[in-house]
Design a protein around this ligand. Structure first.
Ligand code: LCS
Length: 395
């Protein structure tokens, strides 16, 4: 573990996880592009395997470049330790594999990233696992679904793509009372805007592919645990199932992470202006952005987040057809899935990121056919608004 003195998040984003290495004093961490590490002797190899000595053995089990990223993420989320994973989905599946035994039950946010719920409904069902995916912004609804075999409460807040929020502190209270593990997917907020462990969650996961890497050029994930016990369980499962990260990938993510606060602040400033502008347009039927006072959980955002972030969902008066015309006519905004990069992306979740969720379930989760999702980037906001305006005029 790093020796953690309490510094401000902006400072930790830049400095945490790595100090110039004693060998060459490089300011940027070396990329230990190796699959394996040589032992000094047979006895030392045996001591490392037995856990009697600390050191690196084999990259699936640990690597200094990956460790630098993990230590940075643990610091930023104020956790005991972090695990870097090959993708955000590797983080999600590791959490499920670690905490859902045969015939276990979980409760999840209905508007989870599509595959985070589909993997339960199509894969984990083979082991008798069942789930209730519900509107977790209604705490009383969660309590009603808790059963004797419920192990996990898995929430995403803000949720992809509805931008609905769930009260993390209230969920933590519920989880404690019923002996559940509370996992929060913090991808949409990033650790700069929200720290679920500080609000009582047990485990936080991220798709590092999004805000933390921030440049739309790497896929990765992370799991940060509140305690040694949870971390050890997750580490064991991750190492055996093999969804671990590569050192080069870790180096790229760490490089992206170092500007997280600058990117998030700029994108958020743009998103605030775009959300207000969208709300003022006659073609726009509704806008869901936690930074708007019209958002049903605007007060909760102020309570549990440091800012509303840069994800917006909205619908047009012309519904689905008008939405498709809009996304086919943008020129600066890129029509692509993923989010959290420096460039603005626009997509249609019902037919793209959430296509795997059955139609009826999508409707229940609020992933309506007219919903357009905008991941606001760091461009000049005037150019983004001009682009959206010319596209709106074509519908
Ligand atoms: N959790 C959230 C909230 C996500 O948005 C995603 C991916 C994942 C987990 C999975 O992470 P990955 O394995 O892709 O790194 N979300 C995507 C999206 O909305 N568009 O494309 C991917």
């Amino acid at each position: 573990m790093e020796n953690r003195t309490k510094r401000r998040p902006e400072t930790e984003i830049i400095h945490s996880g790595y100090h110039p290495d004693p060998f060459a004093r490089s300011v940027s961490p070396p990329i230990y592009q190796t699959s394996t590490f040589a032992f000094e002797s047979a006895e030392q190899g045996a001591a490392l395997f037995a856990g009697k000595e600390k050191g690196f053995i084999y990259t699936r089990l640990g690597n200094p470049t990956i460790l630098a990223l993990e230590q940075a993420l643990a610091t930023l989320e104020n956790g005991y330790a972090a695990l870097a994973t090959a993708s955000g989905m590797a983080a999600v599946s590791t959490v499920y594999l670690a905490f859902l035994e045969k015939d276990a039950h979980m409760i999840g946010t209905a508007a989870l990233y599509g595959p985070s719920r589909t993997i339960i409904e199509t894969e984990f069902v083979r082991y008798g696992v069942s789930a209730d995916f519900i509107d977790t912004s209604r705490i009383e609804e969660i309590e009603k679904r808790i059963k004797g075999n419920t192990r996990l409460l898995f929430i995403e807040t803000p949720a992809n793509p509805t931008m609905a929020l769930t009260d993390i502190k209230a969920c933590a209270g519920l989880a404690r009372r019923h002996n559940l593990i509370l996992v929060v997917d913090n991808t949409f907020a990033s650790p700069f805007l929200q720290n679920p462990l500080e609000l009582g969650a047990d485990v936080v996961i991220h798709s590092l592919t999004k805000f933390i890497n921030g440049h739309s050029d790497v896929v990765g994930g992370a799991i940060i645990s509140r305690s040694e016990q949870l971390h050890n369980r997750l580490q064991k499962v991750l190492r055996m199932h093999g969804g671990t990260m590569d050192p080069h990938q870790a180096w790229l993510v760490l490089r992206g992470l170092r500007t997280l606060h600058l990117r998030v602040e700029k994108a958020q400033e743009n998103a605030r202006k775009i959300a207000a502008w969208l709300e003022s347009r006659p073609e726009v039927a509704w806008v869901n952005y936690p930074g708007l006072s019209s958002h049903p959980q605007h007060r909760l955002m102020e309570k549990q987040m440091r800012g509303p972030g840069s994800m917006i969902s909205f619908g047009l008066n012309g519904g689905y057809e008008a939405g498709l015309r809009l996304i086919n006519n943008v020129k600066l905004c890129t029509l692509a899935v993923s989010l959290g990069g420096i460039e603005t992306l626009i997509q249609h979740p019902a037919s793209m990121t959430h296509a795997s969720v059955p139609a009826e379930e999508k409707e229940k989760a609020g992933i309506t056919d007219d919903l357009i999702r905008l991941s606001v980037g760091c461009e000049a906001v005037e150019d983004l608004i001009a682009d959206l305006e010319q596209a709106l005029e074509k519908i």
